[in-house]
Ligand binder design. Structure first.
Ligand SMILES: NC(=O)c1ccc[n+]([C@@H]2O[C@H](COP(=O)([O-])OP(=O)(O)OC[C@H]3O[C@@H](n4cnc5c(N)ncnc54)[C@H](OP(=O)(O)O)[C@@H]3O)[C@@H](O)[C@H]2O)c1
Length: 257
């Protein structure tokens, strides 16, 4: 493997490395967790290809970066489509990450949280085959009864009467009922966009990988929606590192209300 040159820059001198220290949610996070989303994208802003199949376009360093971000969370949040496409367990394979969590007073693995409006979640997905940490599903009563029965054996279900999950309410529940202070969101784009629209994202960890995919039908960080946000969302760059040919960026997203 090519030897990685590591250049790390603080931008505006504001932030210590988030990859090593747990982010202490500051004032104003008593009602919901601090939400940090982690994504990798190509140089032209794509997070996957047009058929949404799992695509490996980042380095081992980036995969470790994702795990470190996951390890910081009291819980990890994922949208149903990403869970289905990538079929991930949301575990922490490296003992040192689990040990660091325990040393910080966290459980060895973060709580695993799935969000789905329709609730047609396949109980045979890999995530349900490991009991490393509890699984919580936020969905609606649209979830078919058969799925409810099978999933209740593997997870705690929170089903709302509305057509879609109220994400602000979901975060409040995670804070009050599960004591989640730090939430690591692993996408995908549809969920990320929905959180952004509700002003519910505090930090974006973004890796730029050295590829161009092209194509209008491959989703960007905010999906395939052609709609503009009502107002552009300002992202303050707080940290920038280059390792090899990848750039690791940390943005703080300020609350707008
Ligand atoms: N490069 C990266 O860093 C990265 C990161 C993550 C994902 N990805 C890729 O992105 C693709 C998936 O992204 P995606 O945008 O299609 O899917 P997604 O955001 O993972 O999931 C979308 C689904 O989540 C549920 N959902 C979304 N918003 C919701 C809300 N407000 N309330 C309740 N449920 C909500 C819905 O599930 P139901 O349909 O069940 O109602 C929706 O269909 C995959 O190909 C994955 O590999 C890439």
């Amino acid at each position: 493997m090519k030897s990685a040159s590591k250049n790390k820059k603080k931008v505006g001198g504001t932030l210590a490395s988030r990859s090593r220290s747990r982010v202490p949610p500051g004032r104003g996070y008593s009602k919901r967790p601090f939400v940090a989303a982690t994504f990798a994208m190509t140089v032209d802003g794509k997070i996957t290809t047009k058929n949404f199949s799992p695509v490996d376009f980042t380095s081992r360093e980036d995969k470790m970066h994702l795990l470190r971000q996951r390890a910081l969370g009291d819980a990890v949040l994922i949208g149903h489509s990403t869970l289905k496409q990538d079929n991930i367990r949301l575990g922490l394979p490296h003992a040192e990450l689990r040990e660091a969590r325990v040393a910080r007073g966290q459980s060895p693995y973060p709580l695993r949280v799935i969000v789905s409006n329709e609730g047609r979640i396949d109980p045979s997905l890999n995530i349900f085959q490991t009991d490393i940490s509890p699984i919580v599903i936020f969905s609606t009563v649209r979830m078919p009864a058969r799925h409810q029965k099978l999933l209740r054996a593997k997870a705690t279900l929170h089903l709302s009467d509305a057509r879609s999950v109220d994400l602000a309410w979901m975060l409040q529940q995670l804070r009050s009922e599960y004591k989640i202070r730090m939430l690591a969101c692993e996408g995908g784009a549809t969920l990320f966009r929905a959180l952004l629209e509700k002003d519910l994202v505090d930090q974006l960890n973004l890796t730029i990988a050295p590829y161009l995919f092209g194509g209008a039908n491959a989703p960007t960080l905010t999906g395939l929606s052609k709609t503009f946000f009502p107002r552009s969302i300002h992202c303050s760059l707080t940290e920038m590192r280059t390792i090899g040919e990848e750039c690791f960026l940390t943005y703080r997203i300020r609350r707008r209300r």
